[in-house]
Design a binder for this molecule. Structure first.
Ligand SMILES: [Zn+2]
Length: 510
């Protein structure tokens, strides 16, 4: 028979067993961007430098608590004897996704400092790389693989390197040739970024302690779909995710990643990619990767045709009809605007005289500067041209005559809201802004608006669709195949032969 004291000593023994494990040190690095390489404005060193960025130590570990980093840190700290060291890292640039090629100067500056800090930091058991996968750097064809190789050169073959990725990453076999593991978000919108961060921590620690031997396979699939098609809330993208989840559920210790790819980057590792990882069973990883690739290829036509995109004039007419029928709120999403300044949708809403439309947003730093310089505030008249200019895809500036509804300031950025026409509001931002949730729009009474004209492809579904908010959703793009178009064959690729991808050429697979 056991006495109370036995339970106490049993608990103590278990605790001591945990504590006698070798302490381990993990370096944590972040370097991420989704680069639209066709944009005219490069992403520079300055774009990564702002209040809070670069971040290091606890500030880096505390950053993005609901995403990859939050999940990684939470699980790593549930383990005894694990030390995390936040290496100085640039956070997401202040331009968001509204800037092009990262300059070699910016890349070498930040990565150079990270590598130097790793070298100076003594022995590392593991490295966590919080990446995206669609970083485009001038002169560096595959930046994430380059980062992994340079980290490996410092930490040696005995250390383990794990990366987390966005499903929009463009990757091939080179990353896992240098790193040991990758965990990629499955859903779009990216609901499981925290979960993938948690997994990365747990698996990295298991590998370091000898409990997991990563056997990985990378398989390219010659399919290239524009982002707007890739919503995982509907078939067949939902089924693609489900198939990966099924593999993971039925085979303990098997992990399956699907990179949908990011088409608006002129990089050599473009196109869909499958990765599979098993615990020392390369054949199992191969089998899962082959099955996923074959499934995607069988469903390629449906994968490409998953989104109905209207030309803007037609979309605005459909929005008007939906408003008349009371099928509101309506979302008009110009998925194609990659600068944030595009005015095509604004022009058309004015031309068709819609009412009660909230435009969020039109990017226009000059207009915001002018409002600040003149000291304008809520209630003042506003008569200015907004938007356009960025490049031909942004269209012409549009004259907006109305009243300032508010001038807002947050996270180092300014915002100006202007009321015009019949209950319409345009919200000006400094950079491209994807509004993902209507209730994230501070200072607006959301119930006042019949329609929301936004710049987003799929992320808006988080708050506008998956929440049950919108009754009508219309995806639109301009007549001309500008840089964010679904007509990828109109884009000026130099480093990619588009004809090697379905549906842009005659392609056979496998
Ligand atoms: Zn993404």
């Amino acid at each position: 028979m056991l006495a109370v004291g036995d339970f106490i000593s049993l608990a103590l023994c278990t605790k001591l067993a945990g504590m006698t494990r070798q302490p381990i040190r993990i370096a944590v690095l972040n370097f991420a961007h989704e680069t639209v390489t066709f944009l005219p404005n490069d992403t520079t060193r300055d774009d990564f430098i702002y209040e809070g960025s670069p971040a290091r130590g606890e500030a880096l570990l505390a950053w993005d608590a609901r995403s990859y980093m939050g999940g990684f840190v939470k699980v790593a700290r549930e383990h005894d004897g694990v030390e995390l060291v936040g290496i100085e890292s640039p956070l997401w640039p202040k331009t968001g996704t509204g800037s092009g090629w990262i300059t070699e100067d910016a890349y070498e500056h930040f990565l150079g400092r990270q590598i130097a800090e790793l070298k100076a930091g003594g022995k590392w058991d593991g490295v966590y790389l919080a990446l995206h996968g669609a970083m485009g750097v001038r002169g560096v064809p595959k930046p994430e693989a380059d980062i992994a190789r340079r980290v490996r050169a410092v930490v040696g073959r005995d250390a383990f390197i794990a990366g987390t990725f966005d499903p929009h990453g463009n990757e091939d076999e080179e990353f896992l040739a240098a790193a040991d593991m990758a965990f990629t978000v499955k859903y779009f919108p990216h609901y499981d970024s925290y979960l993938q961060g948690e997994r990365a921590a747990r698996m990295l620690i298991r590998a370091i302690r000898g409990d997991y031997k990563p056997a990985t396979v990378t398989q390219k699939v010659p399919i290239l779909a524009p982002s707007v098609a890739q919503w995982t809330g509907a078939s067949p993208w939902m089924d693609l995710v489900q198939r990966a989840l099924t593999w993971e559920a039925r085979e303990p210790d098997l992990y399956v990643n699907v990179f949908f790819s990011f088409a608006f980057a002129d990089v050599p590792d473009l196109g869909m990619t499958i990765q599979a990882m098993s615990n020392g069973k390369p054949d199992l990883a191969r089998k899962a990767a082959d099955d996923m690739a074959a499934w995607a290829w069988r469903r390629r036509k449906d994968l490409l045709g998953a989104a109905k995109v209207h030309l803007i004039a037609e979309g605005v007419t459909l929005a008007k009809q939906a408003i008349e029928k009371g099928a509101t709120p309506v979302v008009l999403a110009d998925h194609s605007d990659r600068s944030g300044s595009a005015t095509w949708l604004l022009q058309e809403v004015i031309r068709q005289d819609l009412e009660g439309v909230l435009f969020a947003t039109i990017a226009d730093r000059k207009a915001i500067e002018a409002v600040k310089t003149k000291g304008l505030k809520a209630g003042d008249p506003f008569d200015m041209e907004v938007g356009g200019h960025a490049d031909e895809s942004a269209g012409q500036p549009v004259k907006v005559k109305g009243t300032i509804k508010g001038v807002m300031h947050g996270s180092g950025l300014h915002w100006v809201a202007v009321t015009f026409g019949r209950g319409n509001v345009v919200l000006l931002s400094e950079y491209l802004t994807q509004v993902m949730d209507p209730y994230g729009l501070k200072g607006f009474d959301i119930a006042e608006y019949k329609a929301f004209a936004i710049k987003s492809r799929v992320h808006f579904r988080r708050g506008f669709d998956d929440s049950g908010f919108a009754k009508t959703i219309l995806l639109v793009e301009p007549e001309q195949p500008f840089l964010g178009t679904v007509r990828l064959d109109a884009l000026p690729y130099k480093n990619v032969d588009l004809a090697k991808f379905y549906p842009w050429g005659e392609v056979s697979f496998p």
